[in-house]
Design a protein around this ligand. Structure first.
Ligand code: PXP
Length: 250
């Protein structure tokens, strides 16, 4: 539909840093990847500074703030250390994610409903500093309502359960997860929240999510960096951009 707002693509460059850190040197350089992503049609760059610094480093965040022409979406856990870093850099957006040291990737969404008070106090200074605050949550009404109550402007719906079910051929479950994502993006938008989505998206799973009219941004990383090994980073991102635009126009 032509009158729908453009669906933004945030390219997550964490795993360029994962490859760099495997040898501890300076390459591949995540900043170079970010500049290529901009050229390929990324509307934003996403980077997750984890507590254990397993991929993105403090210096990467500093560098991204200097070189990017598109907004930085800074993913972080709700810790005092990360809050200080975010308040120093004042990135365009801050996405609050749950974080466990032992996990391989961000498993599940943030438990906003259980920690409403604490999170409301945590995000207030970030908002005052001018960052748009996004909360990474599961597609559940209680989490969405709580995110709204604490004053978040954006929610990012976790697409991992849908993508995992799809990848493992559990079609019924994939459909069920997709329906939940569809209903919850429309519920969140009805509360006035801006809706983003991401985690585990691939060329095979992106189309139905990109077609949800309420979704304004997708954040995609691991698959694109993997695909870049075969296609190159710019064509890999351009193909994702093409699929997203096609889903939107259908
Ligand atoms: N959105 C959020 C909040 C994330 O934590 C991640 C993973 O860091 C992504 C999107 C991107 O997920 P993937 O790398 O699986 O595409």
């Amino acid at each position: 539909m032509a009158d729908q707002p453009k669906l933004r693509l945030g390219v997550n460059i964490d795993h360029v840093a994962t490859v760099r850190n495997a040898r501890g040197g300076a390459y591949p350089d995540p900043l170079r990847a970010a500049k290529i992503a901009e050229k390929a049609g990324a509307d934003g760059i996403t980077a997750h500074l984890r507590e254990d610094r397993r991929h993105i480093s403090d210096a990467d965040i500093e560098g991204l703030m200097e070189v990017l022409s598109v907004p930085l979406n800074f993913e972080m856990a709700a810790t005092d250390e990360m809050q200080k870093i975010a308040l120093r850099h004042k990135p365009h957006a801050v996405c609050i994610v749950p974080e466990k040291r032992e996990e391989r990737t961000t498993e599940g969404g943030l438990e906003v409903a259980r920690e409403e008070n604490k999170l409301a106090h945590f995000i207030a200074p970030l908002r005052e500093a001018g960052s748009r605050v996004s909360i990474f949550i599961a597609a559940e009404p209680a989490q969405i309502e709580a995110a709204n109550r604490i004053g978040a402007e954006v929610i990012e719906l976790h697409t991992g359960a849908y993508c995992d079910a799809f990848a493992e051929g559990r079609w019924e479950e994939a459909d069920k997860e997709l329906s939940k994502l569809r209903e919850m993006s429309s519920f969140a938008a009805s509360l006035g929240l801006e809706v983003h989505a991401g985690h585990g998206l691939t060329y095979d799973t992106v189309t139905p999510v990109a077609a949800f009219p309420e979704v304004r941004e997708l954040n995609i990383g691991h698959f694109l960096i993997g695909e870049a090994i075969f296609l190159g980073l710019e064509p890999a991102i351009a193909e994702m951009r093409r699929l997203m635009d096609a889903a939107r126009d259908a």
